[in-house]
Ligand binder design. Structure first.
Ligand SMILES: [Zn+2]
Length: 258
C-alpha cells in the first residue's frame, strides 16, 4: 500500500470498512470523475467524490450562481451569487480535500464537446437538469465506453441508475425517447426540496464510488425510484435493447477488479 500518513488518517473511517481496502482507496486516488452540473445534484455528488478521495474531479457548468439556487445547491454560498458555478464549486472542493485535483469546466456540455469532456474519465456523474443534456451525456459515455451514473429529481421524486456501456442498459435503453417537450415540468415550475436533491445526489456519489472501486453492487440494469414524501422506494429492472442507437454496438468495458 502506498497511501501516505495523511491519506491513512483522512480516509481512516472508510478504510476500516471490511468491504473497503487500501486497494480500493488507491483505485479512487488514481481515478478521474466528471460531474456534469454543479447544482442540486452536483453539489452533494461532487462533495462526496472529492471527500472520499477521487484523485481528479472535473465539474462542468456554464451557469452563474443565483439567489434562488442556494436552498438546494450547498456548494454555493451567498457571496458567490453572480460568479460561475464551476469555479465556485471547484474552490470549495479544493479546500475540502487538498489531495484531490479539482478542475472547473465553465462550459455548456453540447453535442460538439460532449465526447471530448467525458473521454478518458473513469466515471461520469450526470447531474444535469435537462433531458436533452441527459441523452447527450448518455450517448457520449456509451461512445467513449465510460461508466455513468444517471439521475433526476423533481419535487419529492428521484430516480437513479448506473450504466456500464456494453454491459448494462444505458439511459436510452431504459427510456428510448425523451418525453415530449413541455410534458415534464422543470424544477422552476414544479419545485424541489434541497434535502431531496441531497439524497439523490448522495446516492449518485455512492454509485460512482462502487463503479470506481468494484465494492458493492451498482444499480446496473436497475432503476431506483424514490418518493421522498412517503419514503417509498422501488427498484425497476431494465435491460439492454438490441437496437439501441447509443449502446448496441459498444463492446463491454473491463469491470474494476476483474
Ligand atoms: Zn442503450
Amino acid at each position: 500500500m502506498t497511501l501516505s500518513e495523511a491519506e491513512l488518517e483522512r480516509y481512516s473511517r472508510q478504510l476500516v470498512l471490511p468491504e473497503w481496502s487500501g486497494g480500493a482507496q488507491e483505485r479512487l486516488r488514481d481515478a478521474s470523475a466528471i460531474v456534469v452540473g454543479a447544482g442540486a445534484l452536483g453539489s452533494p455528488a461532487a462533495t462526496y467524490l472529492v471527500a472520499a478521495g477521487v484523485g481528479r474531479v472535473g465539474v462542468v457548468d456554464s451557469d452563474a450562481v443565483e439567489l434562488s439556487n442556494l436552498h438546494r445547491q450547498p456548494l454555493h454560498f451567498t457571496p458567490d451569487i453572480g460568479g460561475g458555478k464551476a469555479e465556485s464549486a471547484a474552490a470549495k472542493l479544493s479546500l475540502l480535500n487538498t489531495e484531490a485535483t479539482v478542475e472547473p469546466y465553465p462550459v455548456r456540455l453540447e453535442e460538439m464537446n460532449a465526447a471530448a469532456i467525458v473521454a478518458g474519465a473513469d466515471v461520469v456523474v450526470d447531474c444535469s437538469d435537462s433531458f436533452s443534456t441527459r441523452y447527450l451525456v448518455n450517448d457520449a459515455c456509451c461512445g467513449e465506453r465510460v461508466p455513468l451514473v444517471e439521475a433526476g429529481v423533481l419535487a419529492f421524486s428521484g430516480l437513479v441508475m448506473s450504466i456500464r456501456p456494453g454491459e448494462s442498459a444505458c439511459y436510452r435503453c431504459a427510456f428510448p425517447t425523451p418525453p415530449p417537450e413541455g410534458s415534464v415540468p422543470s424544477c422552476r415550475e414544479a419545485g424541489v426540496l434541497g434535502a431531496m436533491a441531497g439524497i439523490v445526489g448522495s446516492i449518485q456519489a455512492l454509485e460512482a464510488l462502487k463503479l470506481l472501486t468494484g465494492v458493492g453492487e451498482p444499480l446496473l440494469d436497475r432503476i431506483l425510484q424514490l418518493e421522498g414524501a412517503s419514503m417509498d422506494q422501488l427498484i425497476v429492472t431494465t435491460r439492454r435493447r438490441d437496437n439501441c442507437p447509443a449502446c448496441a454496438q459498444v463492446p463491454a468495458t473491463a469491470a474494476v477488479g476483474a
